[in-house]
Design a binder for this molecule. Sequence first.
Ligand code: AMP
Ligand code: MG
Length: 519
Amino acid sequence: MTRLRFDNAFVRELPGDPESGPRLRQVEGALWSAVVPTPVAAPEVLAWSRDMAGRLGLGEADIEAPAFAEVFGGNALWPGMQPFASNYGGHQFGHWAGQLGDGRAISLGEAIGSDGARWELQLKGAGMTPYSRSADGRAVLRSSIREFLCSEAMHHLGIPTTRALCLVGTGEPVLRDMFYDGHPREEPGAIVCRAAPSFLRFGHFELPHARGDVSLLRQLADFCIRRDFPELAGSGDATYAEWFRQVCTRTATMVAHWMRVGFVHGVMNTDNMSILGLTIDYGPYGWIDDYDPDWTPNTTDAHGRRYRFGWQPKIAGWNLVRLAHALSPLFADAAPLQAGLDAYAVEYDAAERRNVAGKLGLRECREEDLALMTDLQALLHDAEVDMTLFFRGLADVDVEAPGLAPLADAFYDDAQRADAAPRFEAWLGRLAVRVREDGMDPRARRAGMHAANPKYVLRNYLAQEAIDQAEQGDLSGVHALQDVMARPCEEQPGREAYARKRPDWARDRAGASMLSCSS
Ligand code: AMP
Ligand code: MG
């Protein structure tokens, strides 16, 4: 029996669909539909997060009890759980897509953690819901491993994100056409239990707005403020204005973190944007190896590359404009919405300056330091240099005698390195002058740079290697990555293999550099 306690505010306080069960349908006037997970053949816990379990007050014995795999595989419910799928819409690749909803996510309930915090627990891949549209409600092992590992890795990098409690194998195959090219194959199925204080997305607000249901929109906004932004008590224009402003600034903070570490979300549709500014929906995401602002891992987006690395700040802004539009019926005039959007720009700018200062090891970022960073990024791009290795190595450059030696390993191509060396040396000279003038204590500077520039990130090929092993029944690679990525900024002697640049074989391999939305 579980020790989890539930307080299911979402289903208690918001209107639900009168019909329950998974029959596909348009759901109007309601924010959720009751639906239970579809049982699976042989649920087995493949991995779990000790940190997340601990926050819920769960320990190893709880996870190992057979009942745990049954519940988190979708075969059983604990007392207090009230499973549902939520109803949202969204703009996909720039176009309004109408009702989407939780097509394969089923929330079990809102658990109250050991510290009193609220953690909605949600199974991803638990079977059909009214929102599954033409799909099967399931998830494959490879994409579940990717979500499980990356959401926890992001948390340990200090980046706002949904969390993952566990990864459960279903013992059932799932049919997937990985590259939508008419070659479906059976893959092992899995379910991730993710956890967040709220899974509300921009798209939850867009759908009632698109349907002209202002009363439902207002109920949802009031609920979101009450439950997810409790410090903003009251209601009326001032509260809505401050709420929207905070959504904007949280989004700015999140995206600036992505840009700091080289994370590319891959599908920044408005249904994948969290109202709390959490990174959500880990699909065809990727990590920058050689610095390229035009790179996207998502083959489904290969043509326009809307969600390329360098466009993420602007796309998040575009998404906030969609949200502002959806919320406009709640405001007497547009000024507070414009003020929120302006706050996005201001906060992003401030966060970018923090990134520049942190990554270059400066006390503060001045105007000319922005140019120093832009110039470096152009060099990194032109000479095909690994983003993570370069910035990590920067802390080892002696500012009294700057040289490229500590950074040699970051280059993918020797000839390009030789060619670009004079330009890099000139740039390092500029940095050294600035650092000496800045006068920061060298030890504090090094520590600050290490905190801003992780050594270990979940490179696409590392995740793919662990997936290949897991598909053969060996989970050790997943567990090893979990462990390494829990301390991404620390030196971890003996684990150098996890901090290497992308090997040649991984350059153009499916999974390691190219991913589709098929998951
Ligand atoms: P995504 O691109 O993963 O954010 O998904 C967009 C929409 O498609 C969401 O409404 C998902 O719930 C839905 N969806 C994605 N994959 C599946 C699936 N296998 N079964 C049902 N719905 C899905
Ligand atoms: Mg999604």
